[in-house]
Design a protein around this ligand. Structure first.
Ligand SMILES: Nc1ncnc2c1ncn2[C@@H]1O[C@H](COP(=O)(O)OP(=O)(O)O)[C@@H](O)[C@H]1O
Ligand SMILES: Cc1cn([C@H]2C[C@H](O)[C@@H](COP(=O)(O)OP(=O)(O)O)O2)c(=O)[nH]c1=O
Length: 210
């Protein structure tokens, strides 16, 4: 089932930690439901029983998989999520909203961790096959600002230096240049309501809300 044969739509939301992905994903799900759409919300890493186990390993401050192992674990989460949840939902005609997906691997492992965007892309092409998102919303914000939003417990990734998060942002911009049709950038420093209005406008333009 390629993109044209899909009955549903696949929307992913990306951006650095604290950009507002979870906030916007929740608002989008509510909005779509209020329009009578059938929606499934999920997230990466996680979203399946195996994915949630792997998430614990990945975000454990004590654990430290080497970069290539980390990339493979994220890819394993993705394979499981696609097969168990995303593909069946798309076949049934659901809109799937996923908080993070392949572009996180391209920006974090590919660019910020230095494995190379193209190497991570190769791995993920094999995992994803024809099930690339129809549209991806990239919430762009200076990490100095987004990290300030995060309070409470710090996991291993969130306590990384600001420099790392600046690289993640650069990585996302490079990935955006590679997929200009699919990835829509929104200024995530704006208030929640304005970010959401722009998000809906982008989805309308992309024909997702018809
Ligand atoms: N546009 C915004 N402006 C200010 N604060 C925001 C905005 N969007 C989200 N927040 C707040 O920032 C924090 C992180 O938001 P969250 O949606 O969890 O981000 P992410 O999922 O990208 O890490 C939360 O406390 C949330 O209420
Ligand atoms: C999906 C994915 C996430 N990650 C990282 C990004 C985040 O720091 C972390 C997920 O943590 P999470 O708490 O979901 O993110 P956020 O802080 O944005 O709400 O995993 C990768 O490095 N590669 C990936 O492929």
């Amino acid at each position: 089932m390629g993109r044209s044969a899909r009955k549903g739509k696949f929307i992913t939301i990306e951006g650095p930690d604290g950009a507002g992905k979870t906030t916007q994903a929740e608002k989008l799900v509510e909005y779509l439901k209020s329009k009578g759409k059938r929606v499934i919300a999920t997230r990466e890493p996680g979203g399946t029983a195996l994915g949630e186990q792997l998430r614990k390993i990945l975000l454990d401050p004590e654990g430290s998989p080497v970069s290539s192992a980390e990339a493979l674990i994220y890819a394993a989460c993705r394979a499981q999520l696609l097969e168990k949840m995303v593909i069946p939902a798309l076949k049934e005609g659901f809109i799937v909203v996923c908080d993070r997906f392949v572009d996180s691997s391209l920006a974090y492992q590919g660019y910020a961790r230095g494995i190379g965007i193209n190497r991570i892309l190769q791995l993920n092409k094999w995992v994803i096959g024809p099930y690339w998102p129809d549209v991806t919303i990239l919430l762009d914000i200076d990490p100095a600002e987004s990290l300030k939003r995060l309070t409470g417990g710090k996991d291993r990734l969130e306590s990384e230096a600001l420099e790392f998060h600046q690289k993640v942002r650069e990585g996302y911009m490079k990935v955006r240049e590679m997929f200009p049709e699919r990835i829509k950038v929104i200024d995530a420093s704006l208030p929640v309501k304005e970010v959401f209005e722009r998000l809906v406008a982008e989805l309308e333009k992309a024909g997702i809300l018809e």
